[in-house]
Design a protein around this ligand. Structure first.
Ligand code: NI
Length: 172
């Protein structure tokens, strides 16, 4: 496992639609491990493979506590409800903005053993899944702002919301 460099938004690979993985082999398992290690080191709530320069449909998303999901070829199969909240991105350091997402999602994909799994999540984790699947389609959170005026410096946002625990912005 290795902590990899996270590319920033100017990099063209972040605007590419990542390719589907034909087979979960040892190189994909290594990629999942590197993504997890890089996400925890950042720290972040999720990370997509193109953020470390690999244009394949692979991502990791942090779950509750110290668990995470690693998914190959993730697909959003169901989205319900809505949540409006602040979001940041490890490829867009120092900035957050308001994005509307589904409150609850079901995502399917292959796990590290190549078996299809379905993950149902809501709130923070559901937001991170939607953010990562967007990355794999070349979409950044700045493309989905409820309004451009909500884009602000992360430190400014944190100072404003210090007492409001629920308004923590994800970084993924
Ligand atoms: Ni991101």
């Amino acid at each position: 496992m290795a902590v990899r460099e996270i590319l920033e938004f100017e990099h063209p690979v972040l605007r590419e639609k990542a390719r589907k993985v034909p087979k979960v082999d040892s190189s994909i398992v290594r990629l999942l491990d590197d993504l997890a290690e890089t996400m925890y080191a950042a720290p972040g709530a999720g990370l997509a493979a193109n953020q470390i320069g690999v244009a394949l449909r692979v991502c990791v998303v942090k779950g509750d506590e110290n668990q995470h999901w690693g998914l190959v070829n993730p697909v959003l199969v169901k989205g319900e409800g809505s949540q409006v909240g602040y979001e940041g991105c490890l490829s867009f350091p120092g900035w957050v903005g308001e994005v509307e997402r589904y409150e609850t999602v079901v995502v399917k994909g292959l796990n590290r053993r190549g078996k299809e799994i379905r993950v149902k999540s809501s709130g923070f984790t559901a937001r991170a899944f939607q953010h990562e699947i967007d990355h794999l389609d070349g979409i950044l959170f700045t493309d989905r702002l409820t309004d451009l005026s909500t884009l602000r410096r992360a430190e400014e946002f944190e100072a404003e919301t210090e007492s409001e625990v629920h308004r923590e912005a994800i970084e993924a």
